[in-house]
Design a binder for this molecule. Structure first.
Ligand code: UDP
Ligand code: MG
Length: 312
């Protein structure tokens, strides 16, 4: 299937990773020294505000096959991965985190599976998360299940961006025009044959997570909004239901108004409940619609996804 010598691009997004970047680099080199394929290391500096870029430049002094893409500011993990894939020259690419949470030893296993023709995508599936906080574990578990139920394509559970992808998949991915990318959903959406490789997710070697609550929420919202239109149809069902309810309630009100037996003015409690109830629904529906309009707005603007300050 492949000629003897082939190259795999290894894409490492880094944001404020000064504490881990050197040991990650050494670990990668150690693993790569014992494999029978060529590797191209692409570090994407996602606008780090610490010493990451300087350290990367220094590491490049030791190994000129290393390439560095450096963003002008922090554009986010998904944009960093996209940039790496755009610039990858290999016959395949592996996306791996900078903090050694995804064991680099598995890269060779991924390449073997890919070479044996098992699939065009070999994605790491997390069977356990070691020493990650309970909140992250629970929210991640729930999120991957929720998005899979809501999504129009089936998305593998507990799967992040650690994966190997074939050149053909890279080329298809690079043609996607959307800017708010939920990358771990776009590969299944592309539809090439994907096989999981199970692994235990190690704890971070040093430093703290660069995925703040805000970034995690944004990733989750992007994933849900760009992979499902079900919230819209749910809002339509709720709307229909509230209209039917309103008709019934109005009929009852009219009937009691014309009835000779009427003795009291309808109570303010019921009026209040109805108003609160329906305005609640309206806000909910407006919110859902607004989210989609927000997505459309982002895409229509057609801004580039990132601005690269330098390519080394
Ligand atoms: N990252 C990035 N840009 C960001 C946030 C994170 O490039 O804005 C990188 C980070 O350097 C790491 C990877 O994305 O290589 C995963 O981030 P992290 O390990 O902090 O997330 P967690 O593993 O805690 O989910
Ligand atoms: Mg991590």
């Amino acid at each position: 299937m492949h000629s003897d010598i082939f190259t795999v691009s290894i894409i490492i997004p880094c944001f404020n990773e000064e504490e881990v970047i050197s040991s990650t680099f050494n670990k990668l080199r150690e693993v790569l020294s014992s494999v029978d394929w060529e590797a191209e290391l692409i570090f994407v500096n996602d606008g780090s505000r610490d010493n990451t870029l300087n350290l990367l430049k220094k590491l490049r002094g030791e190994d000129t096959t290393v390439r560095i893409l450096s963003f002008a500011r922090n554009f986010g993990h998904q944009s960093a991965v996209s940039a790496g894939l755009k610039h990858a020259k290999g016959d395949a690419a592996i996306i791996i985190d900078a903090d050694l949470q995804d064991p680099p030893e598995l890269m060779n296993r991924m390449v073997e599976m890919w070479r044996a023709g098992q699939g065009k995508i070999i994605h790491g599936k997390r069977t356990a998360r070691l020493r990650e906080n309970l909140f992250k574990k629970i929210t991640a578990k729930l999120f991957y299940r929720l998005i899979n139920i809501l999504s129009d394509v089936s998305l593998p559970l507990d799967t992040g961006d650690f994966r190997l992808i074939d050149r053909q998949v890279i080329d298809s991915f690079n043609q996607l025009p959307e800017h708010n990318k939920y990358i771990r959903g776009l590969f299944p959406w592309l539809g090439y044959k994907a096989v999981p490789l199970e692994y235990k997710r190690d704890p971070r070697t040093a430093g703290v997570t660069k995925y703040t609550m805000k970034k995690m929420t944004k990733l989750a919202a992007n994933g849900l909004l760009s992979f499902s239109k079900k919230p819209l149809s749910i809002s339509i069902s709720i709307g229909m239901f509230s209209i039917i309810f309103a008709i019934l309630f109005a009929s009852y009100a009219l009937l009691s108004y014309f009835s000779p037996k009427i003795t009291a003015i309808p109570g303010w409690t019921s009026t209040l409940i109805v108003i609160i109830f329906f305005s609640g629904f309206q806000i909910l529906i407006l919110g859902i619609l607004g989210s989609y309009i927000g997505m459309i707005f982002d895409e229509v603007k057609g801004r580039p996804e990132y601005v690269i300050e330098e390519i080394i």
